[in-house]
Design a protein around this ligand. Structure first.
Ligand code: AMP
Length: 190
């Protein structure tokens, strides 16, 4: 059976309204395959290139789940964590997720290597819904107790193959081990 709209995949308004207003009416193949199992709480392994719509494929189920949660994130915590190999990709993911989020505020933060830690630590202090990070810097901030990962219920490893090629296996494993044991995981590889 093929699904033809985001609503058919199980996403509710106002998320589908927001997508429609951005011109997203037909889910791409990776979105059709990956969104329903993630909405039912399953882990996924996605094989997808840039341009396939992979960011929405892992981002929309997280936003849908966050919209169901009550209250605010705990201080120095994140409810969802997306790891990416490069700063550029992390910045693009944050922009895309913000563009998908309906009016109800979903907070995001970026933790990237090569730039000042101070602003990142400040932003994390109050807690965030979605943290997008490169592995090395995040590991440093976790080790320094600037952020805790035990509240992370959604973990995404984007461009996982590239993260491994770039030698990030150790921090990625250490970070994943510190997230909530009940977390849902999406691994995306080219
Ligand atoms: P990505 O593969 O996540 O980098 O997405 C590639 C591009 O496709 C981005 O510019 C998205 O905004 C766009 N896009 C993703 N999903 C859809 C969709 N279902 N309909 C229209 N555009 C989309």
């Amino acid at each position: 059976m093929t699904n033809s709209t985001f609503a058919d995949l199980g996403l509710a308004a106002p998320l589908t309204d927001k997508l429609a207003s951005s011109g997203f009416t037909i889910p791409t193949p990776i979105q059709q395959q990956a969104i329903p199992p993630q909405l039912s709480g399953r882990d996924i392994l996605g094989i997808a290139q840039t341009g396939s719509g992979k960011t929405a494929a892992f981002g929309l189920p997280i936003i849908a789940g966050l919209m169901e949660l009550k209250g605010k994130p705990e201080p120095r915590s994140a409810r969802a964590l997306i790891l990416a190999p490069t700063r550029e990709l992390a910045v693009q993911i944050e922009e895309a997720l913000r563009s998908f989020s309906p009016a109800r505020r979903i907070s995001t933060a970026l933790v990237l290597g090569g730039v000042s830690r101070y602003a990142q630590i400040q932003k994390l202090a109050g807690g965030v819904d979605i943290l997008i990070a490169t592995p090395g810097r995040l590991k440093d901030l976790v080790d320094d107790r600037k952020v805790r990962l035990d509240e992370v219920r959604w973990l995404v490893l984007d461009e996982a193959d590239r993260m491994l090629d770039m030698g990030f296996i150790k921090p990625v494993r250490e970070i994943a081990a510190k997230t909530n044991p009940k977390r849902q995981t999406a691994l995306v590889s080219a």
